[in-house]
Design a binder for this molecule. Sequence first.
Ligand SMILES: NC(=O)c1ccc[n+]([C@@H]2O[C@H](COP(=O)([O-])OP(=O)(O)OC[C@H]3O[C@@H](n4cnc5c(N)ncnc54)[C@H](O)[C@@H]3O)[C@@H](O)[C@H]2O)c1
Length: 392
Amino acid sequence: MEIKRVGIIMNGVTGRMGTNQHLARSITAIINQGGIRVSNDLTIMPDPILTGRRDHALKMLAEKYGNEARGESYKYTTDLQGALDGKFGDYEIFFDASGTLHRAGFIEMAVKAGKAIYCEKPTAVETKEAVRLAKLVETAGLKNGVVQDKLWLPGFRKIKMLKELGFFGKILSVKGDFGYWVFSGMDYDQPAQRPSWNYRAEDGGGMMIDMFCHWRYVIDHVFGPVKSLVAYGAIDLDERRAEDGTPYKCTADDSAYAMFVLEDGTMVQFNSSWCTRVRRDDLLTVQVDGVNGSAVAGLREVKTQSAANTPKPVWNPDIPQPIDLFACWEDVPNNIEYDNAFKIQWEMFIRHVVLGESWSYSLMEGAKGVQLAELGMQSWKERKWVDVPELI
Ligand SMILES: NC(=O)c1ccc[n+]([C@@H]2O[C@H](COP(=O)([O-])OP(=O)(O)OC[C@H]3O[C@@H](n4cnc5c(N)ncnc54)[C@H](O)[C@@H]3O)[C@@H](O)[C@H]2O)c1
């Protein structure tokens, strides 16, 4: 059995996403499972080096996860340029999970070093910049990708399966409800659970730029191409408290309400809010209504109601609701094991880089998400429907 090492520079992994989803639940989990077994003859084994600004924070992570995966610390350094130049060994993939506004600079460095590039979304806050970066890596002939993790959530995988099986018949509409209460930090003993830059437009924050990137690839891949949209955003809370306890002014939308019309006429709505209290099945729920059946997906579980099982409600507010509306739904069973969504995409990207397997989640695809967010902002500011032009 050949064990083929693939070196990965992991930048910005001291952050929330970098540590939890990419370092712990993806790369360390892949090493823990014995690598990516391609065939009886070949296993691909990731070998990360962690880069960032704070030596101490990197050391802690490198030791914790390196020891967990292989009994010794991962390599780490604050010298990113050195890592790109091969000073610490051969690393063919560069990954970035730093803050959005830092992404361009890091991608440019990785392009100069000729690395395969994988990064978090959004790649930029403006379409023009996202397209420029995508073209930069394409022109350099580098393999590249953007995180589009929601596609591998069990909930969306099951919805896609139902669609492929023809369960819905013609799909009429899709209703997504996303969000939960993010504490402002102003309340007694209730610290915020998301980074403060998320609520400052000048630092790359905002609900539309954050979530419309996700809604774009989910809609495109699961339901079909988007033709036009109308969106409304709101800065619900004016003031929040930062990580160090200092109050700051919120300048970015923390709620966004949007309707997307697809090329085939399907209506897709997404409500996204950090200022909502959850009384639904999950932090994200998506209801799909089709002529032959409906389904409601959470992150993992999906419930269906077919045409034959649909109850016949009669509107009468003068009596208690006689139908148990929640009882008329069936669970889609978990017939397969669903792995972590980020990890699945990582394995696909690594196979794309090492084996040349096909890959659809490029920086140009990521730029489409930035485009949808920017068009959402435009629709909100100009109070009008806007079309989604093809990216060139
Ligand atoms: N795919 C998803 O579902 C998802 C969810 C949340 C966030 N994100 C994206 O992931 C990225 C990180 O978000 P987060 O919530 O982890 O933020 P975070 O603030 O927790 O982490 C940001 C990281 O970048 C590092 N960083 C900042 N400036 C840097 C610099 N100049 N050099 C090196 N490192 C630097 C920070 O030290 C930190 O490690 C953002 O682009 C965000 O949009 C994606």
